[in-house]
Design a protein around this ligand. Sequence first.
Ligand code: PLP
Length: 376
Amino acid sequence: MTRPWNFSAGPSALPLEVLEQAAREMTNWQGSGMSVMEMSHRGKHFTQIRDEAVADLRELLHVPENFEILFMQGGATAENAIVPMNLINRNQSGKADYVLSGIWSNKSWKEAQRYGDIHIAGSSGEASVVAGREQAPWTWFPAPHTWNLRTDAAYLHFCANETIGGVEFMEWPDMAALGAPDVPLVVDVSSNFLSRSIDFSKVGMVYAGAQKNAGPAGVTVVVVRKDLIGHALPVCPSAFDYANVAEAGSMFNTPPTYAIYIAGLVFKWLKRQGGIQAIEAENIRKAEALYGFLDTSDFYVSTVHPSVRSRMNVPFFLKNESLNAEFLAQAESRGLLQLKGHKSVGGMRASIYNAVPFEGVQALISFLQEFERQHG
Ligand SMILES: *Cc1c(COP(=O)(O)O)cnc(C)c1O
């Protein structure tokens, strides 16, 4: 039987090649006689796994040498606290600005309030007319020129891809051009990490829980500019102080070794696909095919503004919502899994991360067409 296509938002599909390699190496990693799960994190085997993962990630994303690559724990949710604890005092201002564009950025903003003077720089939390189109709250992204910035903020935070709402912020701003040259961008890239290139000249830090597009749950990737490290609040737990984690090569305490190993296999798989440019082109092709179909249909609707439609997470609705249960049951019987939308949004959501190939998107589109023919 062929493997079903998995459209889960996270934890989500991993490349089959990666899973098969992990299976082959499960009980005996490269002749070591041990599973990766059974190795000392400080031994030569795991040290090699960690070093290759860091080097491959640096190569894939062209991460400059003045940035540290850290593997941490606690997911992006813990980073919502770890970020302000580490950064908000870097210039003694105790201030940070947040842009709100959906559920994840709202959670970040809420958590940060425990650590300093937190201000909303922009929000899509109200209905708005965007380029002539009426948009409901959280279906658009506030344009950078409208942001209300504080030039002495320690950083500006936004979420690059709202996994639940399906809103992806495509053009990250140059803060100097916005009159705030000393405010570094801090970006939650959990759900579009490794789907596209990142211009690190514009960024102070990015972070991602791995389980969306980079690996299994349990490891958080942090890429942070070195000059932002070393200013943690006294209250910051030692294990969450970027200075300690960087100094110890992500081994201040026992790291999530197996999750790092699998993420490392995903990085090698990406290199074999031709790197980030190649996978980004493929992701554009997939998203264009799916949104292109939705736009021609009167049976399904996509509500996110076209300028910020996520390439990774595609929420859509059946106009006749009484058909939802039947739609999901039929999809599952066709081997199209986990298409149910998040409970806060409803409808459907197809997450088409790196590990879902064009063929999987085509299978989904064929099913959408057929279901529409049956019920339209
Ligand atoms: C999933 C997700 C989170 C939360 O990640 P956890 O690993 O569950 O803490 C935060 N931000 C974004 C954009 C996400 O997609």
